[in-house]
Design a binder for this molecule. Structure first.
Ligand SMILES: NC(=O)c1ccc[n+]([C@@H]2O[C@H](COP(=O)([O-])OP(=O)(O)OC[C@H]3O[C@@H](n4cnc5c(N)ncnc54)[C@H](O)[C@@H]3O)[C@@H](O)[C@H]2O)c1
Length: 349
């Protein structure tokens, strides 16, 4: 149904909600009808800035707009109630990762979406990340033979939990970044995780008044005997050359793939000096959200375009509520493992 228009709303117009707004304003089939944020002043300011016709403080008001779909870009702990209300109105949903922070919330969201036959897509945009997509395709084409090992690092500088996210202390780097890392690892592996063993380090962020762990090192065993090591840290120094450190190695029986979309070498900028006087390079983001001639580019908007096109064409999205439930179960099992100092068997996943 290429000619069909899709009526959309965005709930939560913070850092990432703005990306949803930009994606919907750019997509030729999307009509962004209204935005919603419990911070009414922010909702109003954002609507004005982007020329969105309406803004609301309460999601019930937004849902009275006869929408086809909404994005939910509220903090990690504030996805479920909004999703359940949207599902009850028959509205398709693109929910920011992680789907929710508890298994029961995930289950209620899935049940609500199923009851009304609406999509519950999770925004794991790394499935649209060009190097990762190419790796996934090489694995699917058998180029690496049997995958035996994946190493996956996704970390941020300490700026993110201390200055960027006011709610970091109510979340964790495992929920914020581990969610992406675990989803991409499972997607690349294409097998069921059967066991998880996680260690966590604490102290640096609590010392800065943010009550959350500094880093997690998570070992995941898969049903085919393969292993993955997932590393997520929230305490890299602000002098790091990029906000995010994203790396992956995939070792198979016939080959290996190395991925490094953050330190890609396409551009290295030397404009400042470290305190010791050395030039300090930075590697601007060229993959996630580069802005080119005032247009929002990058794979960050591709998952959002995919959602619009799925709603427009009646096509099932590439990520689902069930993927979200699996991911949250892995995160909770990893926390349990870290707490107990023991590996956790994952049953019925
Ligand atoms: N896909 C990605 O790579 C990516 C990147 C950043 C953030 N995120 C996710 O996006 C979500 C939002 O993160 P952010 O960094 O934009 O946060 P943020 O704090 O910048 O923005 C959240 C907004 O939600 C609003 N809000 C909170 N509760 C609400 C409610 N009940 N109803 C309406 N509005 C509400 C807040 O007022 C705020 O404006 C999180 O789940 C986060 O993990 C995803």
């Amino acid at each position: 149904m290429k000619g069909k228009r899709v009526r959309l709303g965005v709930v939560g117009v913070g850092i990432w909600g703005r990306m949803h707004i930009r994606a919907y304003l750019q997509h030729p089939s999307a009509d962004l009808v209204a935005v919603c944020d419990r911070d009414a002043e922010r909702a109003a300011r954002t609507a004005r800035e982007f020329g969105v016709p309406k803004f609301y403080r309460h999601v019930e008001e937004l849902l009275a707009e006869n929408l086809d779909g909404i994005s939910i870009a509220t903090p990690d702990t504030a996805h479920a109630d909004i999703a359940i209300k949207a599902a009850a109105k028959g509205v398709h949903m693109l929910v920011e990762k992680p789907l929710a922070t508890t298994v029961s919330e995930c289950r209620r969201m899935i049940a609500a979406a199923k009851a009304k036959g609406v999509y519950l897509m999770v925004d794991w945009h790394n499935r649209w990340n060009p190097p990762y997509y190419y790796a996934w395709r090489a694995l699917r084409d058998g180029e690496l033979g049997d995958v035996r090992y994946i190493y996956y690092r996704l970390s941020d500088t300490i700026y993110v939990p201390t200055k960027m996210l006011p709610w970091a202390g109510e979340s964790s780097v495992l929920l914020f970044l581990g969610s992406h890392a675990l989803d991409t690892t499972c997607w690349l592996m294409g097998e069921k995780p059967v066991r998880i063993f996680c260690q966590r380090q604490e102290g640096i962020l609590t010392g800065r008044g943010v009550p959350t762990a500094d880093m997690y090192i998570t070992v995941v065993n898969f049903s085919n005997g393969a292993t993955a090591v997932v590393e997520n840290s929230w305490v890299l120094p602000q002098s790091s050359p990029s906000l995010i450190d994203h790396k992956c190695e995939i070792i198979g029986s016939k080959g290996v793939i190395y991925l490094d979309p953050t330190h890609h070498g396409a551009i290295a900028k030397y404009t400042a000096k470290t305190s010791a006087g050395f030039p300090h390079p930075s590697f601007p983001d060229l993959f996630i959200t580069p802005e080119i001639h005032e247009k929002q580019m990058g794979f960050g908007v591709e998952s959002m375009y995919h959602f619009v096109e799925c709603v427009r064409d009646g096509k099932k999205p590439l990520t689902s509520g069930e993927d979200g439930l699996l991911n949250t179960r892995l995160i909770i099992a990893a926390e349990e493992s870290a707490r107990k100092g023991l590996p956790i068997k994952l049953r019925n996943l």
